[in-house]
Design a protein around this ligand. Structure first.
Ligand SMILES: [Zn+2]
Length: 276
């Protein structure tokens, strides 16, 4: 049994502030260790339940956050960027289940460090009319390959988002309670690890009840950018068009192409500054 983990940083217990998310600060160094430990806890839970292979994709910013020297010896690491499918790079039909660890709520919603992809570029993503954040996007990519999401960890807000989107079968590990956009009440690392490990074990044990999230074809993606210039830049992609204000639409019968289109449009739009 093969388990895929996509690991972000904003939803890790104890992570609430910008200086924990990158750069050269002592707080970032500590956050990387906390992230690695939560990934290990998820891997251990999967292994407890009989997983043979666990692969983790480092999904935050530079995608070089996880400390490989501290990673569980059975886990393989995908890191670096850019890479196709980004936060879900390497996912394929060979996996039985995926976990989303350290995730956060989508842009504009309640949740510690909530945003979608780039807080200086993206207002929202909509697939077939439904607003999705990073959790939803990762779940749709996994679903394209027939892989269900078994576990979501992060704050209580992203856990609610996961339950709403994925239903009652998804296991949740709320390792912190959102208090404000840059504040939370977190479990200590040992308790967070125990919770994640147990929920991961239960997720894999109950894998028959987990269902992949499937996007109906033809899939329509609408991206609302933070300004018109970004939308104009993204609309240069063949097949993309501005449909209103700063919203760009792209439709394709193959879901994989729509997701590739998202990555291209976001990358293009990121070259445009968020101020005038
Ligand atoms: Zn992140």
């Amino acid at each position: 049994m093969n388990i895929y983990i996509s690991a972000d940083l904003e939803g890790i217990a104890g992570v609430v502030a910008r200086d924990q998310l990158g750069g050269t600060s002592e707080n970032y160094r500590r956050a990387r260790k906390l992230m690695t430990d939560e990934v290990n806890a998820a891997a251990l839970g999967a292994i407890d339940a009989g997983a043979d292979e666990v692969v983790v994709n480092d999904s935050h910013a530079s995608m070089t956050n996880i400390l490989i020297e501290d990673l569980h010896e059975e886990v393989r690491l995908i890191s670096g960027q850019p890479k196709a499918l980004s936060m879900m790079a390497g996912i394929c039909s060979a996996y039985d289940m995926a976990f989303l660890i350290g995730y956060h709520a989508r842009q504009g919603e309640r949740g510690t460090l909530s945003h979608t992809y780039s807080s200086t570029t993206i207002g929202q993503f909509k697939f077939n009319g439904q607003v999705v954040g990073e959790l939803g996007l990762s779940a749709l990519i996994a679903g394209y390959f027939g892989v269900p999401i078994g576990l979501v960890s992060g704050d209580d807000a992203v856990c609610s988002e996961g339950k709403e989107l994925l239903g009652d079968s998804v296991k949740l590990a709320a390792v912190k309670k959102n208090l404000a956009h840059r504040a939370a009440e977190s479990l200590g690392p040992l308790q967070a690890g125990r919770l994640i490990r147990e929920q991961a074990r239960q997720a894999v044990s109950a894998k028959e009840s987990a269902k992949p999230l499937i996007l109906k074809s033809p899939a329509t993606l609408e991206i609302t950018f933070l300004n018109r210039g970004m939308a104009e830049e993204a609309s240069l992609m063949p097949g993309a068009e501005i449909v209103s204000g700063s919203t760009v639409k792209f439709t394709h019968p193959d879901t994989r192409e729509v997701i590739a289109g998202l990555e291209v449009m976001v990358t293009m739009a990121m070259s445009i500054p968020s101020d005038i």
